[in-house]
Design a protein around this ligand. Structure first.
Ligand code: HSE
Length: 420
């Protein structure tokens, strides 16, 4: 019999305990051994969790319990779980964690500490989708050209409801929290940080990149306006918040931001709390993984898949490369990211204005792909919309600053990146 201790019996922890009990027969058949939850740790022991396991408020009751074989860490946060996971590994216990923030900051140290002891993390990325297993196992024959996807269920749930049903930002954020999708601090979701943690984990497996969230481009969904959603549709795009990892020569771009993607693409059709990740391998070509990215049972399903894997003895390097950084690939700076852009600006509507704008773009070597002019309620002001050919982020940022200084431009300039 294999005994589990759970650090953090919240939404996911409760689901883990329930599924291990309710699906015990099939799980035992697949793992080859009976798996039971011995105990769990919570902050508030007076709150009823609806599960019949021994509960304590002292994490050491799990981490130092010699009877516990596998510690499941579902606490969230970084420093406390780091200390506890480290101690559990030092005590010789296998660890399963769903904690993407912990891995975004400490994955390489934990890999070192773990050595040959299993440390698994399927639930850290894209909830119930087995994307970690796909990259570590299924695609292990491939050099990975790119990974692109919807990696935050809360953002996708919010965007879908705002765009398709006219839901208000605050209402739909509250609903995401009530449904158990959002992080304890939902700014992690809407600000793109949660997705960045997941992207960094995937980039470690694919490319051996040892970056932290601070090192990469991260933008949230807070500034998406209905105006840009409508214009995106006119250009044939949907707006999704994407995590993107892309190999360019010997460099890797890593970024999270609201993105215009062709309406007919498969990812454009992924709605609600669903996540979807596309991975392009040099031998397999394009593959796509789709499923619920958040929620108790979906995430618990991924946690239990790791437990079963450990019980079966399926091991291997925790991250993509045995020593972490064997790929020789380097993280590209934010300035060196290359993509296409959408720009929206309000301008005075008289002769010479368009020429001033286009010559400003030309100054920064930015080539226009398409352009649209729309009247506004103010006869003297027009909205100009551009999509550009691929250019460097640095050039685009400089161009936006320069455009903002032109007398004929009024108000904020909206910019969004395009991926085809
Ligand atoms: N808050 C996360 C999301 C949960 O919305 O995707 C899963 O990591």
């Amino acid at each position: 019999m294999v005994k589990i201790g759970i650090l953090g019996v919240g939404t996911v922890g409760t689901s883990v305990a329930k599924i291990l009990e309710e699906n015990a027969d099939i799980i035992e058949a697949r793992a080859g051994k009976k798996i039971v939850v011995k105990s769990g740790v919570v902050k508030n022991i007076n709150k009823d969790r609806g599960v019949s396991i021994k509960i304590s408020d002292n994490p050491l009751d799990v981490v130092d319990d010699p009877e516990i074989d596998i510690v499941v860490e579902l606490m969230g946060g970084v420093d406390e779980p780091y200390a506890l996971v480290k101690k559990a590994l030092e005590n010789g216990k296998a660890v399963v964690t769903a904690n993407k923030a912990l891995l975004a900051y400490h994955r390489y140290e934990l890999q070192e500490i773990a050595g040959d002891i299993p440390l698994m993390y399927e639930a850290s990325t894209a909830g119930g989708i087995p994307i970690i297993g796909a990259l570590r196992n299924g695609l292990s024959a491939n050099h990975i050209d790119s990974i692109q996807g919807i990696m935050n269920g809360t953002c996708n749930y919010m965007l879908t409801n705002m765009i398709n049903n006219g839901a208000l930002y605050d209402d739909i954020l509250k609903e995401s929290q009530e449904l158990g999708y959002a992080e304890a601090d939902p700014t992690f979701d809407v600000g793109g940080f949660d997705a960045s943690h997941k992207l960094l984990i995937l980039a470690s497996i694919a490319y051996g990149i040892d970056a932290k969230p601070e090192d990469i481009l991260i933008e949230g969904i807070e500034n998406i306006t209905q105006t840009d959603v409508d214009f995106a549709k006119e250009f044939g795009y949907e707006i999704k918040s994407l995590g993107i990892a892309k190999k360019v020569g010997n460099g890797v771009e890593l970024r999270v931001h609201a993105t215009m993607i062709p309406s007919e693409s498969m990812i454009a059709k992924v709605d609600g709390v669903m996540n979807a990740v596309t991975v392009v391998g040099d031998r397999v070509g394009e593959t796509m993984y789709y499923g619920p990215g958040a929620g108790g049972d979906a995430t618990a399903s991924a946690v239990i898949s790791d437990i079963v894997d450990i019980v079966r003895g399926n091991q291997g390097p925790m991250l993509g490369y045995k020593k972490g950084l064997e790929s020789g690939l380097k993280l590209l700076s934010k300035d060196d990211i290359s993509t296409q852009y959408y720009i929206r600006l309000e301008v005075e509507d008289h002769s010479g204005v368009l020429a001033a704008i286009t010559s400003s773009l030309e100054e920064f070597g930015i080539s226009i792909e398409s352009m649209l002019q729309k009247p506004t309620q103010d006869e003297a002001i027009a909205t100009l919309l551009f999509t550009t050919h691929t250019c460097k982020e640095k050039k685009m940022q400089e161009a936006i600053t320069a455009l903002g200084k032109l007398d004929v431009v009024s108000g904020e300039i909206a910019m969004m990146r395009i991926e085809k």
